[in-house]
Write a protein that binds this ligand. Structure first.
Ligand SMILES: [Mg+2]
Length: 267
Protein backbone atom coordinates (compact mmCIF):
# COMPACT_ATOMS: atom_id res chain seq x y z
CA UNK A 1 0.00 0.00 0.00
CA UNK A 2 1.30 3.46 -0.85
CA UNK A 3 1.61 6.22 1.74
CA UNK A 4 2.59 6.01 5.37
CA UNK A 5 -0.17 5.08 7.76
CA UNK A 6 -0.41 7.27 10.86
CA UNK A 7 0.80 5.53 14.02
CA UNK A 8 -1.35 5.47 17.14
CA UNK A 9 0.31 8.59 18.58
CA UNK A 10 -0.60 10.63 15.48
CA UNK A 11 -4.17 9.37 15.56
CA UNK A 12 -4.58 10.65 19.09
CA UNK A 13 -3.05 13.95 18.03
CA UNK A 14 -5.67 14.42 15.29
CA UNK A 15 -8.65 13.49 17.46
CA UNK A 16 -11.15 16.33 17.18
CA UNK A 17 -12.42 17.88 20.38
CA UNK A 18 -14.11 21.07 19.21
CA UNK A 19 -16.49 21.60 16.28
CA UNK A 20 -16.92 25.28 15.35
CA UNK A 21 -19.84 26.55 13.27
CA UNK A 22 -20.70 29.71 11.43
CA UNK A 23 -24.36 30.63 12.10
CA UNK A 24 -26.20 32.20 9.12
CA UNK A 25 -26.31 29.90 6.09
CA UNK A 26 -24.58 27.10 8.04
CA UNK A 27 -26.71 26.24 11.09
CA UNK A 28 -29.80 28.20 10.00
CA UNK A 29 -31.09 30.27 7.10
CA UNK A 30 -30.13 33.94 7.39
CA UNK A 31 -31.60 35.49 10.57
CA UNK A 32 -33.88 32.42 11.02
CA UNK A 33 -33.99 29.89 13.86
CA UNK A 34 -32.37 26.45 13.57
CA UNK A 35 -34.92 23.80 12.62
CA UNK A 36 -35.99 20.85 14.79
CA UNK A 37 -33.66 18.35 13.12
CA UNK A 38 -30.66 20.67 13.54
CA UNK A 39 -31.51 21.14 17.22
CA UNK A 40 -31.49 17.34 17.74
CA UNK A 41 -28.23 16.92 15.81
CA UNK A 42 -26.48 19.69 17.77
CA UNK A 43 -27.79 18.24 21.04
CA UNK A 44 -26.30 14.85 20.06
CA UNK A 45 -23.01 16.39 18.92
CA UNK A 46 -22.66 18.06 22.32
CA UNK A 47 -22.62 14.61 23.94
CA UNK A 48 -19.40 13.66 22.09
CA UNK A 49 -17.59 16.98 21.47
CA UNK A 50 -17.37 20.60 22.48
CA UNK A 51 -19.16 22.98 20.15
CA UNK A 52 -18.71 26.68 19.37
CA UNK A 53 -20.66 29.09 17.20
CA UNK A 54 -18.99 32.22 15.78
CA UNK A 55 -20.94 34.92 13.98
CA UNK A 56 -20.65 38.60 13.20
CA UNK A 57 -24.06 39.03 14.84
CA UNK A 58 -24.60 40.05 18.43
CA UNK A 59 -25.74 37.96 21.45
CA UNK A 60 -29.54 38.44 21.03
CA UNK A 61 -29.33 36.81 17.59
CA UNK A 62 -27.79 33.65 19.10
CA UNK A 63 -30.52 33.50 21.74
CA UNK A 64 -33.25 33.83 19.13
CA UNK A 65 -31.74 31.58 16.44
CA UNK A 66 -29.99 28.81 18.40
CA UNK A 67 -30.02 28.72 22.20
CA UNK A 68 -33.77 28.63 22.73
CA UNK A 69 -33.91 25.30 20.86
CA UNK A 70 -31.07 23.32 22.47
CA UNK A 71 -31.46 20.82 25.33
CA UNK A 72 -30.52 22.53 28.61
CA UNK A 73 -28.31 19.70 29.90
CA UNK A 74 -25.80 19.89 27.04
CA UNK A 75 -25.13 23.63 27.14
CA UNK A 76 -22.02 23.35 29.34
CA UNK A 77 -19.96 22.18 26.35
CA UNK A 78 -21.09 25.05 24.13
CA UNK A 79 -19.22 28.33 23.57
CA UNK A 80 -20.88 31.31 21.93
CA UNK A 81 -18.77 33.99 20.24
CA UNK A 82 -20.84 36.99 19.11
CA UNK A 83 -19.30 39.69 16.90
CA UNK A 84 -16.53 37.28 15.79
CA UNK A 85 -15.24 36.62 19.30
CA UNK A 86 -14.97 40.13 20.69
CA UNK A 87 -17.49 38.68 23.15
CA UNK A 88 -17.37 35.18 24.65
CA UNK A 89 -20.22 33.38 26.47
CA UNK A 90 -20.11 30.11 28.44
CA UNK A 91 -22.91 28.33 30.26
CA UNK A 92 -22.91 27.52 33.96
CA UNK A 93 -26.30 27.85 35.65
CA UNK A 94 -27.25 30.41 33.01
CA UNK A 95 -25.23 32.14 30.31
CA UNK A 96 -22.22 34.16 31.48
CA UNK A 97 -20.25 36.70 29.49
CA UNK A 98 -16.57 35.82 30.00
CA UNK A 99 -15.39 39.05 28.41
CA UNK A 100 -16.45 41.77 25.97
CA UNK A 101 -13.92 43.93 24.16
CA UNK A 102 -16.17 46.94 23.72
CA UNK A 103 -15.38 50.32 22.20
CA UNK A 104 -14.69 53.12 24.66
CA UNK A 105 -17.24 55.96 24.91
CA UNK A 106 -14.78 58.20 23.07
CA UNK A 107 -14.32 55.76 20.19
CA UNK A 108 -18.08 55.34 19.89
CA UNK A 109 -18.61 59.08 19.79
CA UNK A 110 -16.02 59.48 17.03
CA UNK A 111 -17.50 56.64 14.95
CA UNK A 112 -21.05 58.03 15.26
CA UNK A 113 -19.92 61.53 14.29
CA UNK A 114 -17.90 60.39 11.26
CA UNK A 115 -20.66 58.04 10.10
CA UNK A 116 -23.26 60.80 10.22
CA UNK A 117 -20.96 63.19 8.36
CA UNK A 118 -20.02 60.64 5.69
CA UNK A 119 -23.69 59.86 4.98
CA UNK A 120 -24.60 63.56 4.76
CA UNK A 121 -21.67 64.18 2.42
CA UNK A 122 -22.72 61.29 0.16
CA UNK A 123 -26.23 62.71 -0.29
CA UNK A 124 -27.73 59.23 0.30
CA UNK A 125 -29.64 60.05 3.46
CA UNK A 126 -32.84 58.01 3.40
CA UNK A 127 -36.09 60.00 3.27
CA UNK A 128 -38.00 57.41 5.26
CA UNK A 129 -36.48 55.21 7.98
CA UNK A 130 -37.73 52.40 10.25
CA UNK A 131 -36.08 52.47 13.70
CA UNK A 132 -32.57 53.57 14.65
CA UNK A 133 -29.96 53.80 11.91
CA UNK A 134 -26.93 53.53 14.17
CA UNK A 135 -26.73 50.47 16.44
CA UNK A 136 -24.13 50.04 19.17
CA UNK A 137 -23.21 46.35 19.47
CA UNK A 138 -20.49 47.01 22.04
CA UNK A 139 -17.52 46.02 19.94
CA UNK A 140 -19.16 46.87 16.64
CA UNK A 141 -21.12 49.88 15.43
CA UNK A 142 -23.54 49.10 12.63
CA UNK A 143 -25.13 51.65 10.33
CA UNK A 144 -28.39 50.54 8.70
CA UNK A 145 -29.34 53.06 6.01
CA UNK A 146 -33.10 52.57 6.35
CA UNK A 147 -33.14 51.79 10.06
CA UNK A 148 -32.99 48.45 11.86
CA UNK A 149 -36.63 47.45 11.35
CA UNK A 150 -36.94 48.40 7.69
CA UNK A 151 -39.00 45.96 5.57
CA UNK A 152 -36.88 43.53 3.55
CA UNK A 153 -38.43 44.65 0.25
CA UNK A 154 -37.36 48.27 0.91
CA UNK A 155 -33.89 47.18 1.98
CA UNK A 156 -33.38 45.12 -1.17
CA UNK A 157 -34.17 48.14 -3.35
CA UNK A 158 -31.89 50.61 -1.59
CA UNK A 159 -28.37 49.57 -2.62
CA UNK A 160 -28.39 46.21 -4.46
CA UNK A 161 -25.03 46.79 -6.15
CA UNK A 162 -23.28 48.36 -3.13
CA UNK A 163 -22.85 51.59 -5.17
CA UNK A 164 -24.08 53.91 -2.41
CA UNK A 165 -22.22 52.19 0.38
CA UNK A 166 -18.97 52.14 -1.57
CA UNK A 167 -19.09 55.94 -1.70
CA UNK A 168 -19.83 56.25 2.03
CA UNK A 169 -17.11 53.69 2.82
CA UNK A 170 -14.58 55.66 0.77
CA UNK A 171 -15.06 58.67 3.06
CA UNK A 172 -14.98 56.52 6.21
CA UNK A 173 -11.77 54.76 5.15
CA UNK A 174 -10.15 58.19 5.38
CA UNK A 175 -11.89 59.57 8.48
CA UNK A 176 -11.88 56.33 10.51
CA UNK A 177 -8.40 55.07 9.61
CA UNK A 178 -7.87 53.29 12.94
CA UNK A 179 -10.93 51.09 12.36
CA UNK A 180 -12.14 48.49 9.89
CA UNK A 181 -15.11 49.55 7.72
CA UNK A 182 -17.03 46.68 6.04
CA UNK A 183 -20.21 46.53 3.98
CA UNK A 184 -22.68 43.81 5.02
CA UNK A 185 -26.31 42.72 4.74
CA UNK A 186 -28.53 44.71 2.38
CA UNK A 187 -28.05 48.25 3.70
CA UNK A 188 -25.40 48.04 6.42
CA UNK A 189 -21.93 49.30 7.11
CA UNK A 190 -20.10 47.66 10.05
CA UNK A 191 -17.33 49.38 11.94
CA UNK A 192 -15.04 47.26 14.14
CA UNK A 193 -11.51 47.28 15.43
CA UNK A 194 -9.18 46.07 12.67
CA UNK A 195 -8.37 42.36 12.48
CA UNK A 196 -11.68 41.19 13.94
CA UNK A 197 -12.77 38.21 11.83
CA UNK A 198 -13.45 34.50 12.32
CA UNK A 199 -9.70 33.78 12.65
CA UNK A 200 -9.73 36.11 15.64
CA UNK A 201 -12.60 34.12 17.16
CA UNK A 202 -10.85 30.77 16.55
CA UNK A 203 -7.68 32.02 18.28
CA UNK A 204 -9.82 33.11 21.23
CA UNK A 205 -11.29 29.60 21.45
CA UNK A 206 -7.80 28.09 21.44
CA UNK A 207 -6.77 30.32 24.32
CA UNK A 208 -9.93 30.24 26.46
CA UNK A 209 -10.70 26.51 26.04
CA UNK A 210 -7.05 25.43 25.82
CA UNK A 211 -7.69 23.26 22.75
CA UNK A 212 -5.15 22.90 19.92
CA UNK A 213 -6.06 24.14 16.42
CA UNK A 214 -5.38 20.58 15.15
CA UNK A 215 -8.14 19.34 17.48
CA UNK A 216 -10.75 21.63 15.93
CA UNK A 217 -12.96 21.56 12.82
CA UNK A 218 -14.56 24.69 11.37
CA UNK A 219 -17.76 24.40 9.30
CA UNK A 220 -19.03 27.35 7.24
CA UNK A 221 -20.94 28.31 4.09
CA UNK A 222 -18.73 31.24 3.07
CA UNK A 223 -15.21 29.78 3.01
CA UNK A 224 -14.56 31.02 -0.53
CA UNK A 225 -12.20 33.93 -1.12
CA UNK A 226 -13.94 37.11 0.04
CA UNK A 227 -16.44 35.19 2.19
CA UNK A 228 -16.70 35.98 5.88
CA UNK A 229 -15.62 32.42 6.82
CA UNK A 230 -12.47 32.59 4.66
CA UNK A 231 -10.30 34.11 7.44
CA UNK A 232 -10.66 30.78 9.33
CA UNK A 233 -7.96 29.37 7.00
CA UNK A 234 -5.43 31.79 8.48
CA UNK A 235 -5.43 29.70 11.67
CA UNK A 236 -4.74 26.37 9.87
CA UNK A 237 -7.91 24.85 11.31
CA UNK A 238 -9.41 21.99 9.25
CA UNK A 239 -12.31 23.60 7.36
CA UNK A 240 -15.38 21.97 5.80
CA UNK A 241 -17.40 24.02 3.33
CA UNK A 242 -21.16 23.49 3.28
CA UNK A 243 -23.77 24.95 0.92
CA UNK A 244 -26.60 25.20 3.44
CA UNK A 245 -27.87 23.86 6.80
CA UNK A 246 -28.92 20.57 5.16
CA UNK A 247 -25.29 19.95 4.15
CA UNK A 248 -24.20 20.81 7.69
CA UNK A 249 -26.50 18.15 9.18
CA UNK A 250 -24.97 15.37 7.05
CA UNK A 251 -21.41 16.55 7.73
CA UNK A 252 -22.07 16.62 11.49
CA UNK A 253 -23.59 13.12 11.43
CA UNK A 254 -20.37 11.89 9.82
CA UNK A 255 -18.22 13.61 12.41
CA UNK A 256 -20.32 12.25 15.28
CA UNK A 257 -19.94 8.65 14.14
CA UNK A 258 -16.15 9.16 14.01
CA UNK A 259 -16.29 10.47 17.58
CA UNK A 260 -18.16 7.40 18.85
CA UNK A 261 -21.81 8.45 18.61
CA UNK A 262 -24.22 5.60 17.76
CA UNK A 263 -26.81 6.88 15.26
CA UNK A 264 -30.42 5.77 15.66
CA UNK A 265 -31.95 3.35 13.14
CA UNK A 266 -34.15 5.19 10.59
CA UNK A 267 -37.87 4.42 10.91
MG1 LIG B 1 -22.58 32.19 6.82
Amino acid sequence: MNGKQPNQKDVVHYMKKLIIFDLDGTLAESKAAIDEEMAVILGNLLTVAKVAVISGGDWPQFEKQVLAYLPQKSLKRLSILPTCGTKFYKYSKGWKELYAENFTAKEKELITKELTEAVTKSGFEAKKTWGDQIEDRGSQVTYSALGQSAPLAEKKKWDPGFAKRKIIKKTLDKTLKAFSVQMGGATSIDITKPGIDKAYGIRKLKKVLDIKISEMIFIGDALMEGGNDHPAYKTDVDCIRVRNPEDTKRVVEGIMVCLGFKPAVAK
